[in-house]
Design a protein around this ligand. Structure first.
Ligand code: TRP
Length: 334
């Protein structure tokens, strides 16, 4: 039997280059080798957007379009809407008893996000426990592999802990009930924002979206943070922590050319304008076919609707099979 991939996106807006580098690229590449599920995690999106259900509803479609536009093939991969699989919520409830509050409060990604969102003591309980719901997502589909960006590693770690506790506490009759997943993080694990800050994020206002127009992409790249001490073209520049070069590393297949640009930039005499012009050209070449596919798909909403409906149905069957095993192992099935 083929191994299983499960990964997902929060539908709080369209997807950006950071999503592509962190996860989309790997899921597209591996969809023919693995039985692949892509979860549109609208329940998770609600944990910090409870007051914006209309945004989430709209974004479910945006995220579906983005996945299909970058090459997810619904003939081999399955797109699933999280909220339409109630088994995921049920499994989350079982798992919540296997995790302590202290453990949840130690999750470094959740901590970062809480700080960023200014949550403090007012954090919604649902937000604090979303890693448990994510563990349910991953294990309900029996995933062996989870293609994610580096920021998601704490989620996979927490999932593995839950799986081990569950399997120890509720050993199945014949086989182990839950599969222990493994994260797949790409070599460039984190794409910085256009402002040079740690991570590209929708809510950080530093993202280039897969659906951005030619003009918007050019504008964003021209405004990108570079080396603040590289004032004149003749000045030597710094490549480390300079997002323009991080993007070249991620999107320029000609690594020798990138190395040569870095050498000239460090030596002095290479202006930001020239490097940015090259990046604009590369991103254009990368995004043009994605935009075209996205436009064509957006005109065929009936097709996208069908892909989501059929995918969600298949996903529900898979999750249902896991839940039967889970209930049996817990003695809840009669
Ligand atoms: N937390 C992920 C993100 O913010 C989205 C997600 C939800 C996910 N469920 C998942 C990722 C399951 C991997 C596996 O991008």
């Amino acid at each position: 039997m083929r191994q299983i991939i499960l990964t997902g996106d929060r539908p709080t807006g369209p997807l950006h280059l950071g999503h592509f580098v962190g996860s989309l690229q790997n899921r597209v590449r591996l969809q023919h080798e693995y039985e692949t599920y892509v979860l549109i995690a609208d329940l998770q999106a609600l944990t910090d957007h409870a007051d914006q259900p209309a945004l989430i509803r709209r974004s479910v479609h945006e995220v579906a379009l983005d996945n299909l536009a970058v090459g997810i093939d619904p003939a081999v991969a399955t797109l699933v809407i999280q909220s339409r699989v109630p088994e995921l919520a049920e499994l989350t409830m079982y798992y919540l008893n296997l995790v302590t509050l202290a453990r949840l409060q130690r999750n470094p990604t959740v901590k970062d996000e809480m700080r960023q969102k200014g949550f403090d003591a007012d954090v919604p309980a649902g937000f604090l426990v979303y890693p448990v719901s994510q563990a349910a997502d991953i294990t309900a589909f029996g995933a062996h592999l989870v293609p994610v960006g580096e920021d998601q590693l704490p989620m996979i770690e927490q999932t593995v802990e839950i799986v081990r506790r569950f399997n120890r506490m509720y050993p199945g009759q014949a086989e182990t009930v839950l599969v222990e997943p493994r994260a797949l993080v790409p070599p460039i694990a984190r794409l910085p924002g256009t402002d040079g800050q740690g991570k590209m994020g929708k809510s950080l206002g530093n993202a280039i979206f897969l659906s951005d127009s030619t003009d918007v992409v050019a504008e964003k790249v021209r405004a990108m943070y570079t080396d603040p001490r590289h004032l004149r073209v003749e000045d030597p520049g710094t490549v480390e922590g300079n997002p323009v070069f991080s993007y070249l590393d991620a999107f320029d297949p000609d690594t020798a050319a990138v190395e040569e640009l870095k050498r000239r930039y460090r030596a002095g005499g290479l202006g930001d304008v020239v490097v940015k012009a090259r990046l604009i050209e590369l991103l254009e070449a990368f995004l043009t076919p994605i935009r075209a596919r996205r436009r064509a798909l957006a005109e065929d909403q009936a097709h996208v609707g069908r892909v989501l409906r059929e995918g969600t149905e298949r996903g529900r069957e898979t999750a249902g099979r896991t839940l039967s095993k889970v209930r049996a192992a817990m003695g809840l099935d009669d």
